[in-house]
Design a protein around this ligand. Structure first.
Ligand SMILES: Cc1ncc(COP(=O)(O)O)c(C=O)c1O
Length: 360
């Protein structure tokens, strides 16, 4: 019988790096400490204690924060509020596939601007703007980008904000991986540099667990109030039980321990992946990320990654084709997620991948 599939496809953590006991304890405290708040509908701004905790962490007033069911919901509300059919939007090339899908479903005119290892090409963006592009919003994943693993440099953060002020567009800083830095220097958020121009989203999916479905938006007070109205019409309120549990988890210090657990495990998985790729698949080009879940791999020009995908599946290894994250091109690229695989699985998975590559 074939051995189980090793998946580099899913951007999700493996069970061993989730603090299940800590979550269970936080749930007990949530019902004990605030039974009324935990079990009531609440309002669309989210569980007030968690909202206040997030506001303090970002050094902003709670009125700037809206807590949602995962950051996907935060993204959806923001797009619903700001983006109509025909509106222009900047995205990174490549970018998160769900962002592309959701913007296209809204009928947005999407401009994809090349992403380099130090972030979006701000010179190319400046040229696009000088040629007449009038975006309402630029969607940017600044840290350990999904799918590329790249991080936006400090200089480019400044350049992007200057362009946003000059051309009057909103910077949407989509930042679910910020806490998962393994090496290098932590950079200031763009939100902290320009809180009126930037709308920030993050999530507890990568630091607590994805099933809890808690994410949030931070933005200008007026915009957050408008989105809160939209949220009321959508679901009255987000999941208060989840948010109360996350609050207890954060307030007890379990969050910081969980972040350390995830970082320690992922550092090892990434190191193993880096070494295994160099050993087994020297044709692969990549820049090892400084954190997060993902590595972007470019194979020699002409490599048919769609064919590799099939050959890999036959050998019990999965990944996501680069083309899923692009509007065109990238047929020789792929994304490897190392968040859900042990170092042993990384080694075995890469040898299967290399074998699939040799079979083409
Ligand atoms: C860039 C980016 N934004 C948003 C999300 C959605 O996260 P959540 O689980 O908080 O909905 C993800 C999840 O993979 C992501 O990579």
């Amino acid at each position: 019988m074939a051995s189980p599939t090793i998946s580099f496809a899913r951007g999700a953590p493996s069970l061993d790096i989730i603090d299940v006991e800590g979550l269970r304890d936080a749930a007990v405290r949530a019902f004990a400490n605030d039974p009324a708040g935990t079990t009531a509908y609440g309002t669309s701004i989210g569980y007030p204690r968690l909202r206040a905790w997030i506001a303090e962490r970002h050094g902003v007033e709670p009125e700037r924060v809206l807590v949602t069911n995962g950051s996907m919901q935060a993204d959806a509300f923001l797009f619903e509020q700001l983006i109509g059919s025909g509106d222009e939007v900047i995205v990174e090339r490549p970018t998160y596939d769900r962002t592309l899908l959701s913007l296209r479903a809204r009928g947005a005119r999407v401009h994809a601007v090349e992403l380099a290892p130090d972030g979006i090409d701000t010179d190319a963006l400046a040229t696009l703007l000088s040629e007449g592009a009038k975006p309402k919003l630029a969607h940017i994943i600044p840290n350990f980008q999904n799918p590329a693993g790249y991080t936006l440099s400090r200089a480019k953060r400044q350049a992007l904000l200057e362009l946003a002020r000059k051309h009057e567009f909103v910077v949407f800083e989509d930042d679910p991986y910020v806490e998962l830095r393994f090496s290098g220097e932590r950079l200031e958020t763009m939100l902290s540099q320009d809180p009126e121009r930037v709308v920030y989203a993050s999530s507890f999916s990568k630091t607590v667990c994805p099933g809890i479905r808690v994410g949030y938006l931070v933005g200008p007070t007026e915009l957050i109030a408008q989105i809160a109205k939209l949220a009321t019409g959508t679901y009255i309120s987000p999941n208060m039980v989840s948010q109360s549990i996350v609050y207890e988890f954060c307030a007890s210090g379990a969050l910081e321990r969980s972040i350390e657990t995830v970082k320690t495990a992922l550092t090892k998985r990434l190191r193993t992946l880096d070494v295994a790729l160099r050993r087994e698949l020297p044709e692969a080009e990549f820049v090892a990320p400084e954190g997060g879940y993902f590595m972007w791999v470019t194979l020699p020009q002409g490599t048919d990654v769609a064919a590799l995908f099939k050959a890999a599946a036959e050998r019990g290894v999965a990944f996501v084709k680069g083309t899923d994250f692009l509007m065109e091109g990238g047929e020789n690229t792929l994304r490897l997620a190392y968040s859900g695989v042990t170092p042993e699985e990384v080694d075995e998975g890469v040898s299967r991948l290399a074998d699939a590559y040799r079979s083409l």
